[in-house]
Design a protein around this ligand. Structure first.
Ligand code: NDP
Ligand code: X2W
Length: 310
């Protein structure tokens, strides 16, 4: 019998994209709730408890409520796309390429928290350098990023696409998270293996799907001997043996006049770049992804497939 999958929040932005990715798959059975009943708690509870894997694409509070609904049912495994459980040690963090054994952890887990879109880029750049001892304790990491507006879900999509919306946004690019307390900071700190919270400055551009995450570094404040080449080599070594996170060769990066935020739109992969001038004392690490691809729905399907393979 095909395993049953229920996407709670299937009519939202992340849920819809997961459904699109699962269309035509015969190895799983999708349980579904009509859109008009999407907030019907009794129906959701029933579906959640009938599933082998429940994928939660809900705001944090609703995710916590859904997890409560299956807490007594060990047959249901959960992938949560919200922020609610990302630094909870009882949950496996759903970034399979983050460490050599992370895919195995996800495969064996009952509870998997899907990473945030920005943290996927930031952790993808930072963690290998912490693990290799290149980024020392106390380094003041900054993370600057731009996301496609689908990152803000149905509400931000309406504000960006509908000029008659009462809170319509006309800006082609805007900064937010200005108090520097964005909900992704704890996740970047914990899974980035940082001993000091990064300064995180997010922004949104007038494009639907795509993301650039930047981590600029001063080489003379890193562990002695760190160079653009050694940082690149550490990233290449960390991501060897898989093809979802790729590290762009230095020669290729050097030839690029610009980085296009929507280059990976519709893809579930992530590209990492090391920019700078050989011999100079600064580098800019850049991650490029689709906020709804490797940043959300693509990662959720990848995690589901790992769990189904257990
Ligand atoms: N969009 C992105 O790029 C990313 C999103 N995420 C996370 O994924 C989750 C979903 O986000 P996203 O898809 O963007 O959001 P959306 O607002 O687009 O979709 C959320 C869905 O959940 C439904 N919902 C809200 N509250 C409840 C409830 N109490 N019971 C049942 N259903 C409910 C909404 O219904 P209604 O229409 O009635 O509000 C909607 O269908 C969030 O936690 C988000 O932070 C994570 C990474 C990236
Ligand atoms: C553009 C935009 O608004 N982005 C969202 C984050 C999207 C995301 O990654 O969702 P999680 O918070 O569940 O991880 C934000 O900044 O709140």
């Amino acid at each position: 019998m095909a395993p049953k999958i229920f996407i709670d929040g299937e009519h939202g932005t992340t849920g819809l994209q997961i459904r699109t990715r699962m269309a035509g798959r015969r190895d799983v059975e999708l349980l579904s709730i009509p859109e008009a009943e999407r907030r019907n708690a009794a129906m959701r509870e029933d579906m959640l408890n009938s599933a082998d894997i429940a994928i939660l694409c809900l705001p944090d509070d609703a995710s916590k409520e859904a997890v409560q609904m299956v807490s007594g049912n060990n047959n249901v495994r959960v992938i949560d796309t919200s922020t609610a459980f990302r630094v909870n040690p009882g949950w496996a963090y759903g970034f399979a390429e983050m460490d050599g054994d992370q895919a195995e952890r996800i495969r064996a887990a009952r509870f998997v928290s899907n990473p945030g879109c920005y943290p996927t880029g930031a952790i993808g750049l930072i963690r290998p350098l912490r693990a290799a001892g290149i980024l020392p304790d106390g380094y003041p990491v900054t993370v600057n990023a731009v996301s496609g507006y689908t990152g803000g879900g149905k509400q931000l999509i309406a504000q960006m696409e509908n000029p008659d919306h009462p809170d319509a946004i006309s800006a082609p690019h805007f900064l937010y998270g200005l108090p520097l307390t964005h909900k992704h900071v704890p996740e970047m700190t914990v899974h980035g293996l940082l001993d000091r919270a990064p300064i995180f400055s997010p922004s949104v551009g007038k494009f639907a799907q795509g993301m650039i995450v930047q981590v600029p570094l001063h080489l003379d404040d890193l562990t002695e001997g760190a160079t653009m080449e050694s940082i690149h080599a550490a990233l290449v070594a960390h991501y060897a043996g898989q093809d979802i996170v790729t590290v762009v060769p230095l020669a290729e990066s050097k030839a690029l006049p610009r980085v296009n935020a929507v280059e990976l739109e519709g893809k579930d992969t992530m590209k990492l770049f090391v920019f700078g001038t050989p011999g100079a004392l600064q580098v800019n690490l850049v991650a490029l992804l689709d906020n709804l691809g490797k940043g959300a729905s693509g990662a959720a399907v990848q995690n589901m497939d790992l769990m189904l393979a257990s």
